[in-house]
Design a protein around this ligand. Structure first.
Ligand SMILES: [Ca+2]
Length: 221
């Protein structure tokens, strides 16, 4: 039987390991980092990153620019309006951590990240494979239902290498929708350092009603 301290040490070693063990999971909501000193911190540091990409790219990932702290929010205030901005005047695009209680009628579980693009950029939540392997990717995009189209999609890609190797077939090609939920579940073989990017755009109809909830988790198989 582990002592409490031994269990804690094991947990720390497991959390900081740079290799992927079968069954290891990465959850975008649980691992969300924040500028807030009160936030307990991600369970797997640096696994996820948050940023923007130009809408001139077909799948919105080729020119990823990491967000500054101003573009991430720790928590959406409970009881806030339905999928409105994290804070009035908050920078966009942005990503925030939202509670299920955030809006009326929200599914009780799981919690979602609030993902909001700008008029000119996708908002991107991405995860980088620590080593080559097969990973199970499970994600749901929940469109806000506000009037106006939004784009959602999932791509896998590399940031450098031969052009034909940079963008692999998308897990979900860009889809423009006004409401409803889009789910994905599948296993993908990834090279070390390859990204799986979940993105939200403005749907091609400009800036209106573009907020989307994202639940994303990845597990090593
Ligand atoms: Ca729109």
């Amino acid at each position: 039987m582990f002592s409490r301290s031994a269990s804690l040490l094991f947990a720390i070693l497991f959390a900081t390991a740079s290799f992927a063990s079968a069954g290891q999971t990465w959850n975008a909501f649980d691992d969300f980092w924040s500028k807030s000193a009160n936030f307990p911190g991600p369970t797997t540091p640096n696994a996820w990153s948050y940023g923007s990409a130009s809408t001139s790219q077909p799948n919105g990932v080729a020119a990823f620019t990491a967000f500054t702290d101003d573009n991430v929010e720790l928590e959406i205030p409970t009881g806030g309006p339905l999928f409105k901005h994290a804070n009035p005047g908050a920078p966009e695009p942005c990503v925030a951590r939202a509670n299920a209680a955030w809006y009326p009628g929200a599914p009780p579980m799981p919690p979602f990240l609030f993902v909001h693009p700008s008029d000119t950029s996708f908002a991107v939540v991405r995860w980088q494979a620590p080593e080559a392997g097969t990973y199970k990717v499970k994600a749901s995009f929940l469109a806000s239902g506000e009037t106006g189209l939004k784009s959602v999609g999932i791509v896998r890609y590399k940031e450098s290498g031969p052009p034909e190797d940079l963008m692999k077939p998308a897990l979900i090609n860009r889809q423009d929708t006004e409401s409803g939920q889009k789910d994905y579940e599948g296993s993908v073989k990834l090279d070390a350092g390859e990204f799986v990017a979940f993105y939200v755009g403005n749907g091609g109809d400009g800036y209106a009603g573009d907020a989307v909830g994202l639940d994303a988790a990845i597990a090593a198989e």
